[in-house]
Design a protein around this ligand. Structure first.
Ligand SMILES: [Zn+2]
Length: 421
């Protein structure tokens, strides 16, 4: 139980968001107030008492995003107290805090609920690639921008950037996972917010070979349209670098396998600089390939890769690119962003660009490095997997694993890779 002493307030809004680890409930307030928070059992509940406060909205629960919260109601146990009660599906640990107003929101009381099952899920979410495994997949971290409290840009028809970029990110994961030698992970797979630095940290923890942040652009002039591709501007890179270097916990694992703690500062900064210029070069290359693929499929906003000081691109050791898929401020592109056909077209184009990049510069030890020179074979009518295997003198199992095929079914027109070495 906790208590914070401040003055009275009116509750004017209520939202919930569940991410894989916690459920977050937010109460909008017109000013700071004092509150008490405690839990009850049988059944599990969380009770929030707001001193001298009132409420002028119905508390509607968005069931789809409500996580551990199954119901919400309020009452007045005495004249000076507004009591809000959350019903829970299981017991939860609480964390609560007050937030100051921002451009978008007024004062807020935030209550985070952590459940046991959430913590278990979180430990399963952690996925580390064993990079010493031969012929490993290249790992692409896909970051759907914004989420939760942060809707991103909003179109004229109220389309929210956070929703459409998540759909594009999911399509992109599908097309990447369908490629041999490539695997995608999502930084978020739901409607919740991840801090910017947390996004690239997730990519680093997953040992990603590439980080793609997916967004939709907005501009005052509604006629502006097309996709753009960005990399970090060198100036932004060096400032983040200084911060990371100052933070010894971060610096220790910046350069793959090299511990910097026991190196002097000068050497550490040289090592980091080397790693970072390689990252920058790779980012540029992949950005050029993605932009080229986008040019072939649709409208691009500018013919060159842009440079900007985006925090989310500041990973010093994972090549990072930000893609503005279209302008949500342009009415026809806003409509298109909501359409599955466009989302898939974007996903395919980006995948093509990523594929071109990895096939021209495959990281050593990856499946692509070993197989990029393999023969390509397009399945014709009447072909069987066994027939193709014997024609090219490769074992059936090898052919299966090179193409991620489980059984014996192959579709006419599919391109197979015939392993050569
Ligand atoms: Zn955005």
């Amino acid at each position: 139980m906790m208590s914070v002493q401040l003055s009275a307030a009116e509750v004017s809004g209520f939202r919930v968001w569940a991410d894989p680890v916690k459920t977050r409930a937010v109460l909008d307030l017109d000013r700071k107030t004092s509150y008490k928070l405690f839990t009850l059992k049988d059944p599990h509940r969380v009770v929030v008492d707001l001193q001298g406060s009132s409420i002028d909205i119905p508390l509607k629960l968005d069931k789809e995003h409500a996580g551990v919260i199954t119901g919400v109601r309020y009452g007045q146990p005495d004249k000076n107290t507004l009591r809000v009660v959350f019903d829970l599906s299981e017991s939860a640990e609480l964390k609560s805090f007050l937030l100051e107003p921002t451009a978008q929101y007024n004062h807020r009381l935030v209550i985070d609920l952590f459940t046991k099952s959430g913590r278990q899920k979180a430990s399963m979410v952690k996925h580390v690639t064993d990079i010493s495994k031969p012929n490993r997949d290249v790992v692409i971290a896909i970051d759907a921008g914004h989420g939760g409290e942060d809707p991103g840009a909003i179109g004229k028809r109220k389309t929210r950037e956070k929703d459409v970029v998540l759909r594009i990110a999911r399509e992109l994961k599908k097309t990447i996972d369908a490629e041999s030698g490539m695997r995608a992970v999502l930084t978020r797979d739901g409607d919740y917010y991840i801090p910017l630095r947390g996004r690239y940290e997730k990519a680093r923890k997953a040992r990603a070979d590439l980080f793609l942040s997916i967004h939709a652009d907005a501009f005052k002039k509604r006629t502006v349209r097309g996709s753009s591709v960005f990399v970090l501007s060198p100036r932004g890179a060096s400032s983040e670098f200084a911060r990371l270097l100052a933070d010894s916990e971060n610096a220790s694992d910046l350069v793959g396998g090299v511990t910097l703690k026991d190196k002097d500062d000068m050497l550490a900064s040289v090592l980091l600089d080397l790693s970072q210029s390689a990252t920058r070069e790779a980012s540029n290359k992949v950005a050029v390939d993605i932009l080229a693929a986008l040019k072939r499929t649709g409208n691009v906003h500018k013919p060159h890769v842009g440079r900007a000081n985006f925090m989310v691109l500041k990973s010093p050791d994972v090549p990072s690119v930000l893609i503005e898929t279209a302008f949500i401020s342009n009415p026809s592109e806003e409509k298109r962003l909501t359409e599955k056909e466009f989302q898939q077209r974007m996903a395919k184009a980006i995948t093509r660009g990523v594929r071109d990049y990895f096939y021209s510069s495959p990281p050593p030890g990856t499946w692509i490095a070993a197989n990029r020179d393999g023969l390509k074979y397009v399945v014709a009518r009447g072909d069987t997997l066994g027939g193709i295997a014997s024609r090219y003198s490769v074992s059936l199992n090898r052919l299966r694993s090179a193409n991620k095929i489980r059984g014996d079914k192959i579709l006419v027109g599919r391109e197979l890779i015939i392993p050569t070495s």
